[in-house]
Each structure stands twice: as structure tokens, then as C-alpha cells.
Design a protein around this ligand. Structure first.
Ligand SMILES: NC(=O)c1ccc[n+]([C@@H]2O[C@H](COP(=O)([O-])OP(=O)(O)OC[C@H]3O[C@@H](n4cnc5c(N)ncnc54)[C@H](OP(=O)(O)O)[C@@H]3O)[C@@H](O)[C@H]2O)c1
Length: 204
């Protein structure tokens, strides 16, 4: 049994990931306001602090990272900076700190999103940070120490999220199906990859 830290474990995707992996591993649930431990991804010191508290682990999975939508002509400086500080630098810093704490041959997984490669109109800040994060993962994996693997999962619109937002659920994927890609990051031998969830789970 491995010791796995799941950041965002109270969220739509993170809860499904923590529940799935919790069947066979020791899962430490981390959130912003709730969980076994709390962290604020937008603050590097907060990430350092939570790793110090938890100690050594075999894997870190992040299914958190806030970002904003916005049209090219309408997204504000704050929309860009917020998305950079949270979804991008939050997860970049998580990887930078996690690689000092994850055991040899362990695994680090972050979350990007379909919009990096298949953007919708009005999604500029989110599409931008997703694409940047994917570039980071490909390069960071080349430098990772002690056989540590670094990958990203790219979810499509999650069914539960679409329902919450009153959107059409056709072509979405449930959180439980989405979680399968995170499990593959843990059990597989890939590194520097961006896993498209559609290759691992069933689309509604
Ligand atoms: N849902 C989708 O359709 C979808 C599609 C593509 C990509 N994604 C990406 O998948 C990731 C998770 O999305 P989700 O919809 O599952 O999120 P969600 O349901 O909104 O849950 C967010 C999770 O992140 C935690 N969190 C919020 N702010 C945080 C902070 N500053 N520091 C650390 N943790 C924080 C929350 O903790 P608390 O509950 O304790 O506040 C919660 O556990 C995001 O990066 C999102 O962009 C989602």
C-alpha cells in the first residue's frame, strides 16, 4: 500500500480520485478549507508547510487549481494573474516542492484540461495556463530526480460540473470515469505525458 496525497480531495474530480485510490492505498486528503490537511496553492509557503507536516509520501496528485474564463477583449489583468497564480504556479510550485518529498520512483500528477488543445470561445486565461502547465510537465519530467515520474491529466467537462452549471451533459465524462486516468498515472510507467481522460474512461 502506498501513501498518496490528493490535493483537491473535496472537489468534484478529487473526491472521485481519492475514493478510487483509497480502496487500495492510504490516501491523505488535502483541501483549501477541509480535509486531513489544508493548503493554499497560491502561496508557496503554504505548500511547503503542508509537505513538512505530512512528511514523506509515495505520490502526490493535484486535482485543484482555480482559473477563470474570459474573452480576449474582456478578460482583465486580474483574470490572467489569478489563473497564473492559482492553476499554473500553484501546481508548478507543488511539483517543485513535491519532488523533494516523494519517494524514489514515486509519482506526481497535476491537472490541466481539454481547453489547452481544444479551446472554446471566451476561455482565454484558462486555456493559456493549461497549455503552459502541459509544457512545464513535459520539461520537468526530464529533470525529475530518483526515477520520480511527473504527468498531467487533461479532463474534459465533467458530467457533475455540467449539471451544476445547467449545461448539456452530452459528451461529458463522470468524475468516477475521469478518476481512472489519475489511477493510470499512478500505476503506469509513463512520465512527461499529458493523459487525455477520453483514452481511459467512458464518455457520456
Ligand atoms: N470539473 C470540470 O469539468 C473540469 C474540466 C476540466 C478541467 N478541470 C480542472 O480540474 C481541477 C479540479 O476541478 P473540479 O471541478 O474538481 O474542482 P472543484 O469541484 O471546484 O474543487 C476544487 C478543489 O480544490 C480545492 N481548492 C480550492 N482552492 C484551492 C486553493 N487555493 N488551494 C488548494 N486547494 C484549493 C477545494 O478545496 P476546499 O473544498 O477545501 O475549498 C476543492 O477540493 C481544476 O484544475 C479544474 O480546472 C475541471
Amino acid at each position: 500500500m502506498s501513501k498518496i496525497m490528493v490535493v483537491g480531495a473535496s472537489g468534484t474530480i478529487g473526491r472521485a480520485v481519492a475514493d478510487l485510490l483509497g480502496q487500495t492505498h492510504q490516501v491523505i486528503r488535502v483541501g483549501n478549507r477541509q480535509g486531513d490537511y489544508t493548503v493554499d496553492l497560491s502561496l508557496k509557503a503554504s505548500i511547503e508547510n503542508v509537505f513538512k507536516k505530512i512528511g514523506s509520501i509515495d505520490a502526490t496528485i493535484c486535482a485543484a487549481g482555480l482559473s477563470r474564463f474570459g474573452k480576449l477583449g474582456e478578460a482583465s489583468d486580474d483574470d490572467f494573474l489569478f489563473s497564473i497564480n492559482n492553476k499554473l504556479m500553484g501546481q508548478v510550485n507543488l511539483v517543485r516542492i513535491a519532488q523533494q518529498h516523494v519517494s524514489p520512483n514515486g509519482s506526481i500528477t497535476v491537472t490541466t484540461g481539454l481547453l489547452a488543445r481544444e479551446p472554446w470561445p471566451g476561455t482565454v486565461p484558462t486555456a493559456m495556463v493549461n497549455a503552459a502547465l502541459e509544457g512545464f510537465v513535459r520539461a520537468a519530467a526530464l529533470d525529475a530526480p530518483s526515477g520520480i515520474r511527473i504527468n498531467a491529466v487533461s479532463p474534459i467537462l465533467v458530467t457533475e460540473t455540467a449539471t451544476k452549471m445547467g449545461m448539456d451533459t452530452a459528451g461529458t465524462m463522470s468524475a468516477v470515469e475521469t478518476a481512472k486516468a489519475y489511477q493510470s498515472c499512478l500505476t503506469g510507467d509513463m512520465t512527461g505525458q499529458v493523459l487525455d481522460v477520453r483514452a481511459f474512461g467512458k464518455v457520456d
